[in-house]
Design a protein around this ligand. Sequence first.
Ligand code: GLU
Length: 553
Amino acid sequence: MTDKELADLIYPHITKTVEDYEKIYPKRNLKENAVVSRFAPSPTGFVHMGSLLTTLIERKIPDETDGVFYLRIEDTDQKRSVENGIQGIVNDLKNFDIKIDEGVVGENEQIGNYGPYIQSQRKEIYECYAKSLIARGLAYPCFCTPEELDETRNLQELNKERIGYYGSFAKCRNLSNEERARRIKNKEPYVIRLKSPGDYERKIVFNDLVRGKIVFPENDLDVVLIKSDGLPIYHFAHVIDDHLMRTTHVLRGEEWLSSVPVHIQLFDILNFELPEYAHLGLVMKIDEETGSKRKLSKRKDKEAAVSYYHEKGIPVEAVKLYLMTIGNSNFEEWLNQNPTASINDFKFSFKKMSASGSLFDLEKLINISRNYISRLTAEEVYQRVLTYTQEFDLEFYQLLVKYKEYCISMFNIERNLKKPRKDYASFSDIRGYTWYMFDELFHEDVEYDFQSIHDVEEIKKILNRYMEKYYDENDDEQTWFEKIKELSFELGYAKEVKEYKENPDHYKGHVGDISMVLRVALTTRSMTPNLYQIMKLFGKDRVFQRFQFITNK
Ligand code: GLU
């Protein structure tokens, strides 16, 4: 029986040839150095921060070269798939403004001419290539049971031999085609394995864009290409898909580095052009309990999932800026020199990526976010909080809608300054920092954070006197403050802190204590943005209402 006859026996339904697929998926018509890259996750329902960094770069280099970025779903391993797992990934990318030129754009929607972009829908393509390899004597069915494979492995361990299915350990490699046909007809389960032409004693050399020149022994393992369920294993799907989708750059985690010899071999025997590879280091963190470095884990770390940032209302731009700081070692310096520039203006370089991985620092990300929000205009903050609260806090959203101009003025307090106020690290923070500005959120049971003056009668006296004699809505800031000084003096407090410090026995306290009473009585808080401006925004009626809330008790 010839190899071709065996191939026909295994895949009788495959009528297309590999040449047909070359025609169906022709070379892309792009300019010479255009990069075609892809994000190829399993449908796990979420994007990990490490993958988001990869995706940022996968999006950026086609942007820099007029190339293409596409999303392919790798769902051949059932264990890594969850229900609606595609939608979760699509949503995460959408929320992070990472545009897909081609590929999967929804649970049931794909765009582009190089699809299908979901691997389980490409079964016939993989089968066609497996068939061609069998016909060429470069692949064969293997009937070894898991028990037999375990046995081989134990033997190898015992004898301290290299683990794997190769050489004399590859039991099914040298079966006759007649024997193979007989067992197939006998309905024995089988996988399709590569008949590796490699020699472990020989070396292969390749260039990794991040790591430079890499030398490995050639692959001599007869790796599985097609599993017994008929679907391909990663190695085979990667090579076929990235070839047919005309990928020029494969960016992926360093865990795939050791598989490169298999991939190079497959590209070679299939006569495909090898793409560029960039194996990115892991994103790690310092474990809070042990103090040592470990992989940022989706199981243990809330900040590992990109949805965390969306839910928290940390601006996408800030997350991207942060990721770029761990992506390219010169990015932070560039950002410091160009604080208002966009990531699009930065020229990415693989050479500036860390091969050993990078340490994830949530504090630093939050700090970048704080700076980012502080540089937005009041209108921008308003729009962003509006979008955020519409999804996550409808009550606050309605207040923002109702009091639009008031809110914008509120966000404007201490904003257009050389050193703007940096209270907000996220859009979800804002309600907690501003709730007292809304009467609707100001309830009976509010707690006041009075500082040095606690005596209720004294507090009432200060507020009453202020309302009777010193408050005037039309005062400018200086006059307003002068009057607080006069009020202080009238009630036995020093007009200046310095004066009080020099003669503490002469006074009950100083002007700072009096303004603190006003601030806390108005807002409940001892720390707020500029009190004068808050009072201005409130207007007389509301200021008095808040003060009387205390004096009438
Ligand atoms: N599905 C693979 C993974 O999630 C993709 C690796 C690659 O990008 O080729 O690890």
